[in-house]
Design a protein around this ligand. Structure first.
Ligand code: GLN
Length: 459
């Protein structure tokens, strides 16, 4: 699926020392993620809001299940989306068409009807499958095989993702939830109960901005992601795929599958933020800052903000530790410990809700620890997968990586279905998640020598 070295390496360094083609890819993905996280920040809230407040009036179980299925679908389509680009469209056309389909999906949700609601989510999931894996592959395509700037290029790209994710809840959450925007609507003769749909519309406009950048500055990409080159590579990789795998290859694939299982659990906890923690924030948290009320969905901006803050620190840490840095199974274990600790924090937080709304700092603390975990697991996982996969299978293995996000998201939705604004119940729910993750960290620590053996020389 992902063939990174499909072109001669670009030699220019005009985008922060990187090929200038990174610019359009950075901004297109920034706006795509803006649209994804903006819509997602208000999705569950819209589903559970009563019809009198413009919502769909679903109960929490149904809303959480739809959220889980939707976020699962968004990552599940990465595999067919990548294949479609490899064999049919080329990455560039796939990204463009994907963006159009995503925008159409968000605009469908501007209308208040069941069919436009479901159609919107189907289109966004299909479009994301076309766009997300292929735009990442195009980033890889900017660099030659041995170009040392590749990892750093991916870090810059990951920052773009998170800039979009910080801005999105602020814009879409403001339009959908804030009292001040509702007043603007009333003053201009619009129905304030329809505020949700302004939020969904803003997500669609974000995607359009990304597409405009992609088209106008597409020439900077030279022939990265073009169809003809892609076919040549596909043919070449078909030939390579016919060669059988060695015993060492199988061992490294087994190591990837061990990481895969633990990664599912990580995302199942992490993705509570759009579902149960979103409801928690709305119903049980004092959403005000120095006396100023803010929409609960704003708290969704914490994680990407922390990613932007912590990414340079973690990358500095790994680089400065050089040979002494922990191996990838140890980093994965640390990731699970951090997120387990994050949910431990939710036990006292939940218990305190008996006395009324709690400080937003509880959630801020939880998100901070979660992102420490993300930094140990997510970028490390991406790079480990590329290092461990036999070259001819790297695309499929990246699809497997996204499959872990997909299954983890569905599990997150399932767990969120147990949400009820009751302190004891919440302490059990989050305490259970914490226990599950800490136990799985222990199991992975126990498995580490075996995983290291399977990994061979790769660390
Ligand atoms: N936050 C990252 C993104 O949006 C990774 C998400 C994931 O793999 N689940 O691209």
């Amino acid at each position: 699926m992902i063939t990174e070295n499909e072109v001669a390496p670009a030699t220019d360094a005009s985008f922060f020392g990187h090929p200038k083609g990174l610019g359009p890819l950075f901004f297109t993905e920034l706006w795509e993620r803006f649209s994804y996280y903006g819509m997602r920040a208000i999705l569950v809230l819209y589903m559970v809001a009563p019809p009198a407040q413009g919502g769909l009036g679903f109960d929490v179980k149904r809303a959480a299940s739809i959220y889980g299925t939707y976020t699962m679908a968004v990552y599940l389509t990465a595999l067919p989306g990548g294949l479609a680009a490899d064999y049919l469209l080329g990455a560039r056309l796939a990204v463009f068409l994907g963006g159009l389909v995503i925008a159409a999906g968000h605009f469908s949700m501007v209308f208040h009807s069941m069919s436009s609601f479901y159609l919107g989510m189907i289109l966004i999931a299909a479009g994301t499958g076309l766009l997300k894996p292929n735009i990442s592959a195009m980033v890889g395509g900017l660099y030659g095989e041995k170009d040392p700037r590749r990892d750093s290029g991916f870090s810059i790209f990951y920052m773009g993702i998170n800039v979009g994710a910080v801005l999105a809840p602020l814009v879409c959450g403001y339009l959908a939830q804030s009292e001040s925007f509702k007043r603007v609507l009333v003053n201009n003769g619009f129905d304030p109960a329809k505020s949700w749909h302004w939020g969904f519309g803003a997500a669609g406009i974000g995607m359009i901005l990304g597409l405009i950048i992609f088209v106008i500055f597409g020439k900077w990409l030279a022939h990265v992601g073009s169809r003809i080159k892609k076919q040549v590579v596909s043919k070449a990789s078909e030939v390579a795929a016919n060669q059988s795998l060695t015993a060492g290859d199988w061992k490294r694939i087994a190591a990837i599958f061990i990481f895969f299982v633990f990664t599912i659990l990580f995302w199942a906890a992490y993705e509570q933020k759009g579902a149960s923690l979103n409801l928690f924030a709305k119903e049980l948290v004092r959403t005000e800052f120095f006396g100023m009320a803010f929409p609960s969905s704003y708290l969704q901006s914490c994680t990407p903000l922390f990613v932007i803050m912590l990414a340079p620190i973690f990358s500095y840490l790994w680089v400065s530790l050089k040979d002494r840095q922990p191996s990838s199974p140890v980093k994965f274990t640390l990731g699970l410990v951090f997120i387990g600790a994050a949910y431990l924090l939710m036990i006292p937080a939940s218990m305190l809700t008996v006395y009324g709304r709690i400080s937003p700092l509880w959630l801020v603390g939880l998100y901070f620890l979660e992102v420490c975990g993300e930094m140990c697991l997510s970028p490390v996982g991406l790079s480990t997968v590329t290092k461990l996969s036999p070259a001819k299978l790297v695309g499929i293995m990246m699809g497997v990586w996204f499959l872990a996000s997909s299954l983890g998201s569905k599990l997150a939705g399932y767990l969120s279905g147990f949400y009820l604004a009751d302190s004891t119940r919440l302490a059990w729910l989050y305490g259970g998640i914490a226990a599950g993750l800490l136990v799985s960290a222990l199991i992975l620590a126990f498995l580490t020598p075996t995983v290291k053996k399977l990994m061979g020389r790769v660390s």
